[in-house]
Design a protein around this ligand. Structure first.
Ligand SMILES: Nc1ncnc2c1ncn2[C@@H]1O[C@H](COP(=O)(O)OP(=O)(O)O)[C@@H](O)[C@H]1O
Ligand SMILES: [Mg+2]
Length: 132
């Protein structure tokens, strides 16, 4: 799919959220500025969360109070690679909510990933997005 504006990407993500269920883990691949956080915002909105959503760059994880809870990871700073368990998240706890993961290439164990979104920057305002 090609989206021609941030709003189009956001609106797609909001719809996509309806396919998610607790325990799902969404890995978002794409360079800095590709739109991982835009997609995270759309998914959060689609799941019913109306608060602030921003990349948790300095904290690794933001948990948003919602039903189901949303765990928003930004693993950019995990240079050595790690498991979510090592950044303080118990798999049984994550299973209760939906995890959104920016920079999943930093994870050693991606076996829990249920959805993979890849974002290519085509131009300043165009993005190609694929979902597996
Ligand atoms: N079609 C598009 N889809 C998503 N973002 C877009 C698009 N066109 C331009 N942008 C801009 O790209 C940037 C994406 O930022 P962000 O979501 O924070 O990226 P990331 O989290 O991948 O680093 C925003 O400034 C947004 O306005
Ligand atoms: Mg981001």
């Amino acid at each position: 799919m090609i989206f021609y504006s941030e709003e189009e990407t956001y609106n797609w993500a909001k719809e996509f959220a309806s396919t998610l269920k607790p325990g799902d883990m969404v890995a978002m691949y794409g360079n800095l500025g590709a739109g991982k956080t835009v997609i995270s915002r759309g998914i959060c909105a689609g799941l019913g969360f109306s608060g602030t959503v921003c990349s948790p760059t300095y904290t690794i994880l933001h948990e948003y109070p919602n039903d189901p809870p949303i765990f928003h990871f930004d693993l950019y700073r995990l240079e050595g690679g790690a498991d979510l368990g090592e950044v303080g998240m118990d798999p049984d706890y994550l299973a209760k909510g939906i995890s959104l993961i920016e920079w999943p290439e930093r994870m050693d164990d991606t076996s829990g990933i249920t959805h993979t979104i890849r974002i290519q920057i085509l131009s300043e305002t165009e993005r190609e997005i694929t979902v597996e």
